[in-house]
Design a protein around this ligand. Structure first.
Ligand code: AMP
Length: 184
């Protein structure tokens, strides 16, 4: 499957703004709004993801709230496939299934409509997408949720992997992982 060379990666990375100490001291927040605001880079990125996944028989793209919706919906339209939102608790109107995951303090949860992956195909192929993987907790819960919904996660795709946190290592036990950019 297609990947990018170093200069293409740098081209995308330059469009992402680093905001130090947001939302709390010590966090380097990767702000993708600057990338979305740059039509050339946004198009280049979506073109790359389209080329990577167009022959993979992806039945659904599942995007994690909320920045996963932006890349996921754009990619689903480009691939002419279906988009499914994975949301924070209490946001989806119909019957849901959910998966809890632990945070540094307490827990969080992701939800999915019970019929989100309904199609005439048994075990449909899902591509999971989010803007960034940090500890991997959210993505791991999302993969579990996809499995609970009787679908199969073909790959988890991220624009950025904060590689020093090694969150991708956990997800690799469950599915393939692709990160466009690795940040050390
Ligand atoms: P995690 O569950 O720790 O992998 O966190 C992933 C989620 O938190 C993603 O939806 C990201 O958008 C967000 N996130 C975590 N850390 C950062 C960061 N440094 N910059 C931007 N977004 C982040």
């Amino acid at each position: 499957m297609k990947t990018l060379n170093e200069s293409d990666k740098q081209y995308i990375l330059r469009a992402i703004r680093n905001v130090p100490d947001y939302p709390k001291p010590g966090i380097q927040f990767k702000d993708i709004t600057t990338l979305l605001n740059d039509p050339q880079v946004f198009h280049f990125l979506m073109d790359h993801l389209t080329a990577r996944y167009e022959d993979q028989g992806i039945d659904f793209i599942a995007g994690i709230e909320s920045r996963g919706f932006i890349f996921g919906a754009a990619l689903a339209a480009s691939l002419r496939t279906r988009f499914v939102p994975i949301r924070k608790p209490g946001k989806l109107p119909y019957t849901t299934i959910s998966e809890k995951y632990t945070l540094e303090y307490g827990f969080d949860e992701v939800e999915l409509h019970i019929d989100a992956f309904k199609t005439d195909k048994a075990n449909p192929k899902v591509l999971l997408i989010d803007d960034l993987i940090a500890t991997g907790g959210t993505a791991k819960a999302a993969v579990n949720l996809i499995n609970k919904a009787c679908a199969s996660c073909a790959e988890a795709c991220f624009i950025i992997n904060l590689a020093f946190l090694q969150g991708d290592e956990e997800i690799k036990k469950q599915t393939e992982v692709y990160s466009v950019l690795e940040i050390d």
